[in-house]
Design a protein around this ligand. Structure first.
Ligand code: FAD
Ligand code: NA
Length: 387
């Protein structure tokens, strides 16, 4: 007997499955259409080198949420990894996000923090009037020189669109640090799972009350846990795309996707850092990940390395949806889908795809814990309606 069907084995689905099985003793069936668990956080060892590769792009764990940090550590320990990013622009490497080191290298100067602030303010003040597109907005925030070098080409590649044709409201701020601190995240807790993401995700699912069935699509009527069979019979937590659930009745929500090219190279170190961005527009990829650098503590081969080039583009139905584009039309459609979702009896929509929201892992876990507290636990323990 299944008490709850969880559609999607990403962090959201597995967190709810864990709580319902371990706290409430429920029988939880998890399905995923992919051949592996973990959603986009899944990683696997590259077979010839043993180097852990994050298959859907580099995943860095960071949070300031004490509850999420403690919850995560029930299933894994974390290394002391701290994320840092560099960028190549016109044959020169700079430190990111833009900081005092970046500004001084760019200007070949030795500005103090106040001098750098004054220089950026002076550049930014050259743009007068209300910014009417992303380019003008960026210039109004950090000035033309830093925009041209570090934002323009990268953004154009990310969006496959000239920044002058992108909406100004895509960015509200561009972080500039007037210190030499180049840590990428400023959260209280940061690290990578010591034994890798997949070991962490598998431990979450490792319970006699949790059954995970892979290669199983909720909309495939030839498998038993399909929508038509289940909805109204068994409570469902759905973490797939909300527009797909309703057969795109109000149109598609738009997403960007990424293409990855992975390569094993016969060198112990390709770029000296885990992530190198490429700011020049004529370099087709946005960045290169070199996975060995995420785990300097591991015993990886010193004559081989794994790199992954990342390309960004708009997604269609056949692609994996990664980042919500979130146009005005998307927001309208989302509201219409939320109305439909309310009317779906005993189905809870959650996660990145189910709510059309970019969620970091810690946000997906935090949101799943709240969904459990506020909806699922009251439903199962006191019969409160599911929505
Ligand atoms: P997902 O992980 O997407 O899981 C949803 C699951 O549902 C998938 O496994 C999918 O196959 C399954 N599914 C969908 N439709 C169906 C269906 N019809 N039937 C059955 N199963 C279905 N977070 C960070 O904290 N740090 C990072 O550095 C970071 N980097 C990221 C980079 C990229 C490129 C992306 C896309 C995300 C990144 N994230 C990062 C976010 C992280 O991946 C998400 O927090 C996490 O994936 C959200 O979990 P989720 O369970 O909501 O969604
Ligand atoms: Na509902």
């Amino acid at each position: 007997m299944t008490d709850l069907l969880v559609v999607g084995s990403g962090f959201f689905g597995l967190t709810v499955a864990d709580r319902c099985a371990r706290e409430l003793g429920l029988q939880v069936q998890v399905i995923d259409r992919r051949p592996h668990i973990g959603g986009n956080a899944y990683s696997a060892a590259e077979p010839t080198t043993g180097i852990e590769v994050h298959q859907y792009g580099a995943h860095l764990f960071h949070t300031s949420n004490q509850r999420v940090w403690e919850y995560a550590r029930r299933f894994t320990s974390f290394t002391s990894y701290q994320h840092r990013v560099f960028t190549t622009y016109r044959g020169e490497v700079f430190s990111m996000p833009i900081n005092l080191g970046t500004i001084n290298q760019y200007n070949r100067s030795a500005f103090t923090p106040d001098e750098a602030r004054a220089w950026v303010a002076e550049q930014a003040a050259k743009l007068t009037g209300e910014p009417s597109n992303l380019e003008e907005k960026a210039i109004s925030l950090i000035g033309e020189p830093l925009y041209e070098a570090f934002i323009k080409g990268y953004t154009a590649k990310q969006w496959q669109t000239d920044p002058r044709e992108l909406s100004a409201d895509i960015i509200s701020r561009l972080p500039v640090r007037y210190t030499y601190d180049n840590r990428y995240f400023s959260d209280t807790f940061e690290g990578l799972p010591t034994d890798g993401y997949t070991a962490w995700l598998e431990r979450m699912a490792d319970h006699p009350n949790i059954t995970v069935t892979l290669d199983t699509d909720f909309f495939d009527t030839s498998q038993p846990f399909n929508k038509a069979n289940v909805v109204g019979q068994v409570p469902v937590l759905y973490t797939g795309p909300v527009d797909r659930y309703f057969d795109f009745a109000h149109g598609d929500l738009s997403w960007r996707t990424l293409d990855f090219e992975t390569e094993v190279l016969p060198t112990g170190d390709f770029q000296g850092a885990p992530v190198m961005n490429y700011a020049d527009e004529d370099v087709p990829y946005t960045r290169i990940h070199e996975f060995r650098h995420f785990h300097p503590e591991r015993d990886y081969p010193d004559d081989a390395t794994v790199i992954m080039r990342e390309f960004s583009r708009f997604a269609d139905h056949a692609d994996e949806p990664y980042y919500p584009v979130n146009t005005a039309q998307d927001r309208e459609r989302l509201l219409a889908y939320r109305e439909l979702a309310k009317g779906e009896r005993d189905v809870v929509f959650g996660g990145r795809l189910g709510t059309y929201q970019y969620l970091d892992m810690h946000m997906a876990i935090g949101s799943a814990l709240s969904t459990y507290d506020n909806k699922l636990a009251p439903f199962f323990s006191s019969g409160q309606a599911l929505d």
